[in-house]
Design a protein around this ligand. Structure first.
Ligand SMILES: C[S@@+](CC[C@H](N)C(=O)[O-])C[C@H]1O[C@@H](n2cnc3c(N)ncnc32)[C@H](O)[C@@H]1O
Length: 253
């Protein structure tokens, strides 16, 4: 009797764990499809709005991971050409349905958004395909610095303009509270990993990028923090260069 070959699977990393976790119908149905009115939601959206307002209208922006498309109305309201991509087909389907049902943000100034299943480490987009990228709530799932750097490198390859990336900053009361909770229970955090700003800066530097601005959701309280990044060596791609104004973003809040 012939023995069946065992399919090769790489050792689990936070990258594959994160993809597995979100690639289920529950993940999509349980995840909010719109921002709420809580202070945290308003401040988070405010940071992303500041970034979006620094882009020239009609810029081609990649929203990865797009999740259920929570950011789509905001991006469209600025007249951007929106591509939403996510590693989970369930999330992408939810984003498409949401857009079909409400069509939020589509106007005479904006084209319909496109939603695609794509993975952050290997998006398959050509070099310099986008004027800007927004990456909201992905990096706090990644434990290994190599993963963060590899994803940032891929973003740098496909983007010729500024990149907004969120991460969980360990310098925050909420991050300290969660660390204490884990310590008391004798647990190690495997997800929603807070890291220091200097660690994130190092990963950014290793990916060949500079931090041009920092935006905090609730400084010292919430770990949610945004960095605006730019390639050290400009990427040449087709089409127009985004007219981002990093100076308008350079004040830390
Ligand atoms: C917390 S949700 C954030 C969604 C959206 N950015 C938002 O703010 O509403 C995390 C998303 O990351 C996606 N994701 C996880 N790992 C990924 C990967 N390797 N490549 C692309 N998307 C990934 C999940 O499918 C999920 O939709």
């Amino acid at each position: 009797m012939s023995k069946e070959a065992t399919p090769f699977r790489p050792a689990p990393t936070s990258y594959s764990e994160s993809l597995d976790r979100w690639t289920t119908p529950h993940a999509a149905s349980d995840y909010p499809s719109k921002y709420g009115q809580s202070l945290r939601d308003r401040r988070e959206l405010g940071c992303i709005r500041r970034f979006v307002e620094s882009l020239a209208p009609n810029s081609r922006i990649l929203d990865l991971p797009c999740g259920t498309g929570r950011l789509t109305p905001l991006l469209l309201s600025r007249g951007l050409q929106v591509v939403g991509a996510d590693g989970s087909e369930w999330m992408v389907n939810a984003a498409r349905e949401q857009q079909h049902a409400h069509g939020d943000g589509v106007s005479a100034h904006s084209a319909n958004p496109v939603f695609e299943v794509r993975e952050a480490l290997n998006t398959g987009y050509p070099k310099g395909a986008f004027d800007a990228i927004v990456c909201n709530r992905l990096f706090h799932h990644f434990r290994e610095p190599e993963t963060r750097t590899a994803v940032l490198k891929e973003f740098g390859r496909i983007c010729r303009g500024p990149i907004l990336v969120s991460f969980f900053n360990s310098f925050a009361l909420d991050a300290f509270r969660v660390r204490m909770k884990h310590w008391i229970r004798g647990k190690v955090a495997t997800d929603r990993i807070p890291i220091s700003l200097s660690t994130m800066r190092r990963d950014v530097g290793n990916a060949g990028m500079d931090v041009v601005a920092k935006l905090s959701v609730l400084w010292g309280l919430s770990p949610m923090c945004y960095l605006v990044l730019q390639n050290r060596v400009p990427v040449v791609g087709e089409g127009s260069q985004s007219q981002a104004r990093p100076s308008a973003l350079s004040k830390a809040s």
